[in-house]
Design a protein around this ligand. Structure first.
Ligand code: EPZ
Length: 421
């Protein structure tokens, strides 16, 4: 195991390139099952969740190999439609493979995806939509036995604008005969990125980014070379790092149109945020002003994935900041760890009230989940003294090398092995 040693209390100064988006590349890796031919994903981020997707593709008989910073995938040699329970449990978003495997193979045998630290992660909307496309799905003992000899386009209305369900149904729709219309679709930028990838492979998908996505199924799909969008939540993390520590940072490739709700809040809190064609600059001086209520919501609302890192930036705010987590049931697990650093936060159900405190002190803390772990790193940058952040495997799911990136921004961060097993 390893841990981060972060010495906080000094302003940041530097520039860092933003990695490719985890939540784009994961559905895109599933989508490669629909393409006959080689796919080259340029600038693919090296993440534990990407490793888990590669393991699934290889388990299905596909080729996936790194060539520099590109991941080359060829699924022509796919030789099965069953994904082992161990692999499905390694990553929550493994459910995204269901639509692609069904579309390619006509069958799929997999277990429910991995549990999650954020609370229940049902996939009822995925299954309901796939059944509307003609899939017969039998759920037994935590396993899904799926048959879809012929998928037929349909009009699907999602009960919730679920990101994963929208993506699964876009993929299955590409393999279906006729037109599939997904209403109340999720509007996240990663959905649009997936549409762009699918169309680069020859599919005919329209409307991603709006609430209605339309797929003309049955188009033959070939390989392509694609570079996914920059990771907006990684960018949010480093903007909040500047908010916590003060200083001036430049995030190359970051897109403000993907983060407007966050940049508006940082401006309200007293930061100067400016975007040019190449990235986002953020300058913060002294303690931020309190903001809120920050309500998490489906895009274009405030992203739930940025809730923890913004909270970390506001722990020393002047006054009070209020959060309302409306997407996941249990997304305040980082609060107790932040309290070890002297943060004053009161949680009541979906609401968290941050009473700003002038000084935080270094402590020994453990990541509780992916974004909660990143938030502890952000909080540590604003704390006096040294903070040890453990359980880094959570953070490594979504950040290529958070220590490297924070050092590029001038932070004092060391990753070292521990004797913990
Ligand atoms: C995606 O998860 C992201 N993951 C999550 O990012 C993100 O937090 C989430 O969207 C919301 O933006 C990936 O893209 C890989 P949802 P997903 O389906 O697709 C309920 C991170 O940190 N729901 O939009 O699982 C569900 O319980 C991760 O990078 C159903 O009830 O999210 C949740 O309350 C964490 N039934 C809400 O919808 C369903 O069938 C949103 O879930 C599906 C979802």
């Amino acid at each position: 195991m390893s841990e981060l040693l972060i010495t906080g209390g000094r302003p940041l100064e530097g520039e860092v390139p933003i990695q490719g988006a985890k939540n784009s590349v994961l559905p895109i890796l599933a989508a490669t099952l629909l393409a006959r031919g080689q796919v080259v994903l340029e600038g693919c981020p090296r993440l534990r969740d990407v490793d888990a997707s590669i393991a699934i593709l290889r388990y299905l008989g596909c080729i996936a190999r790194w060539e520099g910073d590109s991941l080359v995938v060829d699924t022509a040699s796919m030789d099965g439609c069953a994904i082992s329970e161990e692999l499905m449990r390694r990553m929550r978003s493994s459910a995204i493979f269901l639509g692609a495997v069904l579309g390619r193979w006509g069958r799929a045998e997999l277990s429910y995806p991995g549990g999650c630290e954020l609370g229940p992660r049902p996939i009822d909307l995925h299954l309901q939509g796939l059944r509307q496309l003609g899939a017969a799905i039998r759920e037994e003992g935590g396993f899904l036995h799926c048959r879809a000899p012929r998928l037929r386009g349909s009009e699907i209305v999602l009960g919730l604008p679920s990101v994963g369900a929208t993506e699964n149904l876009m993929l299955a729709g590409c393999a279906a005969e006729g037109t599939t219309v997904i209403s109340n679709a999720a509007r996240e930028p990663e959905i649009e990125d997936l549409q762009n990838f699918l169309n680069a492979c020859g599919a005919r998908v329209r409307g991603a980014g709006s609430s209605t996505v339309r797929v003309e199924g049955g188009a033959p799909m070939h390989g392509c070379t694609y570079r996914c969008m920059p990771d907006r939540i990684v960018a949010a993390t480093y903007l909040c790092a500047a908010g916590a520590a003060g200083g001036e940072v430049y995030l190359r490739r970051a897109r403000e149109d993907h983060l407007a709700t966050l940049t508006d809040l940082l401006r309200q809190a007293g930061c100067t945020v400016t975007a040019d064609g190449g990235g986002i600059a953020c300058r913060c001086r002294g303690r931020l002003g309190g903001v809120g209520p920050v309500r998490t919501a489906p895009y274009p609302g405030f992203p739930t994935d940025a809730q923890a890192v913004l909270m970390a930036a506001l722990l020393r705010c002047r006054g009070v900041s209020v959060f309302e987590e409306r997407i996941f049931e249990s997304r305040y697990r980082h609060v107790d760890e932040m309290a070890r650093m002297g943060a004053r936060i009161r949680v009541s159900g979906p609401t968290a009230v941050v009473f700003g405190t002038p000084v935080l002190h270094g402590a020994s803390v453990r990541s509780t989940d992916l974004r909660g772990g990143a938030a502890l790193c952000v909080a540590a940058l604003g704390a006096e003294g040294v903070t040890r952040v453990g359980a880094l495997h959570h953070i490594d799911r979504g950040y290529e090398d958070i220590a490297r990136d924070l050092r590029a921004l001038g932070a004092d961060v060391i990753r070292q092995a521990t004797d913990e097993n």
